[in-house]
Design a protein around this ligand. Sequence first.
Ligand code: PEP
Ligand code: MN
Length: 337
Amino acid sequence: MVVIMKAKSSEEDIEHVAEKIRKMGLKPHISRGIERTVIGAIGDESLLNIEQLEAIRAVDKVIPVMKPYKLVSREFRPENTIIQIGNVSVGGDKVAVIAGPCSVESREQLMATAREVKKAGATLLRGGAFKPRTSPYSFQGLGEEGLKLLAEARDATGLPIVTEVMEPGQVALVARYADVLQIGARNMQNYPLLKAVGKIHKPVLLKRGLSATLQELLMSAEYIMSEGNHHVILCERGIRTFCEFSRNTLDLNIVPAAKKETHLPIFCDPSHGTGKYDLVCPMAKAAVACGADGLIIEVHNNPEEASSDGDQSLTPKNFAKLMHDLEPVAKAVGRRL
Ligand code: PEP
Ligand code: MN
């Protein structure tokens, strides 16, 4: 770690910082420049309390050398993590595709959609039973009834199911039915929830918050892993920008950036990332092209009748076409569908 002192710091200020570093168990190395003095801290950086050093008024900036995350980092595990979900493996050569409705609405709707996505080659089935809606007056999901329908759809199709959990008290219930527990964008920094899913042994799909940085996303994954659950799949789902033509901006830069920093698989959600069904297919292809390990796509058997997100849902026919069109894209980047 390097401490940059403010210009015109006194010898007393410098010695104060050096002493603090010594007290924290490291050795200060003072280098005096013409404008600024810089103090290096030699030793185990994990012993340092960076916030306390930053609080010293004569300190301009503290630059850590070490990353704040450990278990998620490539240094900790150089090879890619492959997560097994039933007979689907995520993070290897094969690009996984999670497809299904935004919300579970009825047996007919879910079964019809599940059969279609299975036929088109989807590898997992999605559907929300507990829905994080912006308005309290919007459809909130079927709750446990929705989970039961998802389990039925899994039995009928063989597709493992992915569904959202919104609060720590729901984790046991959702884990009884789901194969993968989804943490929604709005809950990416719900730390009690992250700790709760960290204690179970099922994979977690962790969606990026609406304005979260890569580091914040990785720190949230670290929360889950630090509790013992190392089966975390990251998911880019679009961030807030000034663009008004789409619901969010799918930040594909994060895919190669995350690959450098972490061994965890990363998926993309072009449905929430664009909010418009006609933007979903091009962005799904772009996501695979830039190295995403999987996709999560909203598909509805009748988008016009959807209780949520009909405008960004693909019809089964469009989804089948997308699966077909994705094949050469995956192949071009050394993957398969
Ligand atoms: C969803 O996948 O249904 C969802 C609500 O996504 P997000 O949390 O990314 O908005
Ligand atoms: Mn949705």
